[in-house]
Design a protein around this ligand. Structure first.
Ligand SMILES: NC(=O)c1ccc[n+]([C@@H]2O[C@H](COP(=O)([O-])OP(=O)(O)OC[C@H]3O[C@@H](n4cnc5c(N)ncnc54)[C@H](OP(=O)(O)O)[C@@H]3O)[C@@H](O)[C@H]2O)c1
Length: 298
């Protein structure tokens, strides 16, 4: 089989996509390719000037693009609700949601506006709330997609439900790993719940391997950015999950090269702990309590 590229993305005319963290890195690449293939793309970004600059860049790259900026701060549930309300009011149905935005290995323990540990709060809880609030718009379209962008780093993650938010001791890489394991537990549970409800929603996960983006610029990994693949290549597993006709709910896509760090997308397996249904149910219930967002499939 020939390697999958952006040329394989089907025509997306008439569809709307929301991409979180679309102003840089993988999110921008994802948004641009979705727009290039005809989707109306909502760039969901936390900073107005960075978002505006990205929108201009996207329009420069794809002059026929249909795209807009909408402000979303995943580290603030008020902002998440505002974004979802305005989407529902102004746009209505939704075919593709890419839960991409993320922060990584913050040096000290920080908190979101709602008092959650920043990596868990942004990467997991913010997206959990956003997806749940947009569920009616997603369910209104048959076969709509949700893609969670996670990391190979989920393998070091562990769900310690006694101190989920690192109040006793904070370890920046383990906190990142936990948040990325949570992305997988969440998306696989979303797939199971959607199936049980008879919904046609397709919930998949993707990871980019190691891609050259702003994410590493503040870490000790910055020196090795020459080893990384481009952000455009890193976005391919996400684009596969978001658009490939043969992507199925519960599948996980990542690069096909050495240690899944680079290369064209293929189906991959997550660590066994990501398929732990008891942990997934527990995380789901806790996430509903913490965010106040409950999922209604009916
Ligand atoms: N690059 C890699 O090698 C790699 C590897 C594994 C997984 N990932 C995952 O890929 C995803 C995208 O990261 P990237 O590599 O493309 O890095 P990036 O260039 O730093 O992009 C991250 C994006 O998330 C946004 N963001 C951060 N906090 C946010 C918040 N509270 N609300 C809304 N948006 C927020 C950032 O906005 P600002 O620009 O305003 O900060 C930025 O747009 C992340 O989930 C990351 O965990 C990346």
């Amino acid at each position: 089989m020939a390697p999958w590229t952006t040329n394989d993305i089907p025509d997306l005319s008439g569809k709307t996509a929301v991409v979180t963290g679309a102003n840089s890195g993988l999110g921008y690449e994802t948004a641009r390719e979705l727009a290039r293939h005809g989707a109306h793309v909502v760039l969901a970004c936390r900073d107005e000037s960075r978002g505006t600059e990205a929108l201009q860049r996207l329009r420069g790259a794809v002059p026929e693009a249909s795209a807009e900026l909408s402000l979303l701060d995943l580290a603030d549930l008020t902002s998440v609700r505002k974004f979802a309300d305005s989407y529902a009011g102004e746009r209505g149905d939704l075919e593709i949601l890419v839960d991409n935005a993320g922060v990584m290995a913050l040096p000290g323990r920080r908190q979101t506006a709602d008092g959650f540990e920043m990596q868990f709060g942004t990467n997991h809880l913010g997206h959990f709330a956003l997806t749940g609030l947009l569920l009616p718009q997603l369910l209104a379209r048959p076969g709509s997609r949700v893609v969670a962008v996670t990391s190979f780093g989920h393998k070091v993650g562990r769900m310690n439900f006694d101190d989920l938010q690192w109040e006793r001791s904070y370890r920046k890489w383990l906190a990142y790993g936990r948040s990325k394991l949570a992305n997988l537990l969440f998306i696989f549970e979303l797939d199971r719940r959607a199936r049980a409800a008879g919904a046609t929603l397709v919930a998949t996960a993707a990871h980019p391997g190691y891609a050259d983006t702003n994410l590493q610029s503040g870490t000790s990994f910055a020196w090795s950015s020459f080893m990384a693949q481009s952000a455009a290549d890193g976005a391919l597993p996400t684009l596969y999950g978001a658009t490939a006709p043969d992507a199925r709910g519960g599948e996980f896509f990542g690069p096909s090269g050495f240690l899944q760090q680079r290369g064209t997308p293929k189906r991959v397996r997550a660590a066994r702990k990501a398929y732990d249904v008891d942990a997934a149910r527990r995380l789901w219930e806790l996430s509903e309590q913490l965010t106040g967002v409950t999922y209604q499939f009916g």
